[in-house]
Design a protein around this ligand. Structure first.
Ligand code: AHG
Ligand code: MN
Ligand code: MN
Length: 320
């Protein structure tokens, strides 16, 4: 039985980064407890306030954000943090060597239906600028030193990479994250796609053509059938891609409000792109690799196409 503590040691992760990851995981266990108790813990429903992106926050968005924020502010390793639920960068410990960004609760619309939800996080090295400067996070995804998510599903699971393989751990009843998949691997070909079809009429024509070809199945140009799944939480959809393959898309949209898609570069697209890349898959925003994008703002949105490498290439070929 390999716990995450021991695995991080054998992966030769520095003591500072190890401590930081364990701080994040400890917070995730507190969140997992509340998620499991649900209505009994009083965590369901809306919080009657909006975040900086104009989305009505759920109680659990606020609770999960507070738990992670307090844990990270108390960590000697953390110089600053950024969150979906915080307008600006929050300064932490001036001596800390790392900065952490997170989506405290991904899949908010699944909270009240007892569906899959999760926490997504990423760690970068702190920059030599003011702790609360947005420049702390103006680093491309290729500079991430660690990326992961915790999925609060029937089991609580952690997907994590610290630069090596993407590994999967399962939370045991004694509170230990135990290694259950040492190297996640996404097959290069697939027959499953994941996209919110209700946006179809707003996609670019090339995207519409690409999805139509998948829907045409064995009678169409692709010559094979494709299944479709949409979980409504990126964390669950990307988890499925990591476990059994497929392609996940939240493409650009001609509706002005979500012209660049819906997902945020810093704490959704980048950590998932790193996990997928370290499992042999690909992640692009269109013409560019997600991990190469130079961020322009903290809550910037970006189209996301990720998963099976040959299928992501096929998407690229059909977009000029
Ligand atoms: P969040 O709950 O953190 O705001 O993120 C929700 C995101 C992401 O999890 C998911 O892929 C997407 O929203 C679902 O979008 P639709 O509402 O279009 O299904
Ligand atoms: Mn999210
Ligand atoms: Mn969220």
């Amino acid at each position: 039985m390999q716990t995450v503590e021991l695995q991080l040691q054998s992966d030769q992760v520095s003591p500072e980064l190890r401590e930081l990851v364990l701080t994040l995981l400890s917070a995730s266990k507190t969140i997992a407890d509340k998620v499991r108790r649900g209505a009994l813990a009083g965590v369901l429903g809306s919080a009657a306030q909006q975040n900086v992106q104009g989305e009505t926050q759920k109680k659990l968005d606020v609770i999960a954000n507070d738990i992670l924020k307090q844990a990270l502010l108390a960590s000697a390793q953390v110089r600053a943090l950024a969150s979906e639920e915080e307008d600006n960068v929050v300064a932490a410990n001036a001596e800390g060597g790392y900065v952490v960004a997170f989506d405290p609760l991904d899949g908010s619309s699944n909270i009240d239906i007892n569906g899959q939800i999760g926490t997504i996080f990423t760690v970068y090295r702190a920059q030599d600028v003011a702790s609360d400067s947005p420049e702390q996070f103006a680093q491309p995804g290729s500079a991430q030193v660690c990326a992961g998510y915790v999925l609060y599903g029937p089991s609580t699971q952690l997907a994590l990479t610290t630069g090596g393989p993407s590994r999967l751990y399962t939370l045991d009843t004694d509170g230990q994250y135990v290694l259950t998949e040492a190297e996640l691997a996404i097959a290069p070909d697939c027959q499953e796609y994941s996209i919110n079809m209700s946006n179809q009429r707003h996609w670019a024509p090339d995207t519409q053509g690409y999805i139509q070809a998948l829907q045409a199945g064995s009678e169409g140009p692709r010559g094979k059938d494709f299944n479709m799944r949409w979980n409504g939480a990126m964390v669950g959809d990307v988890h499925r891609v990591l476990m059994r393959g497929g392609i996940f898309l939240y493409p650009a949209n001609t509706q002005s409000k979500i012209h660049n898609g819906k997902l945020r570069l810093l704490y959704e697209a980048n950590p998932m792109a790193m996990l997928v890349a370290h499992a042999g898959g690909k992640a692009i925003s269109g013409a560019q690799k997600i991990l190469d994008i130079q961020p322009e703002s903290l809550h910037q949105r970006v189209p996301v196409i990720l998963g099976a490498s040959n299928e992501v290439d096929e998407f690229s070929r059909q977009h000029h």
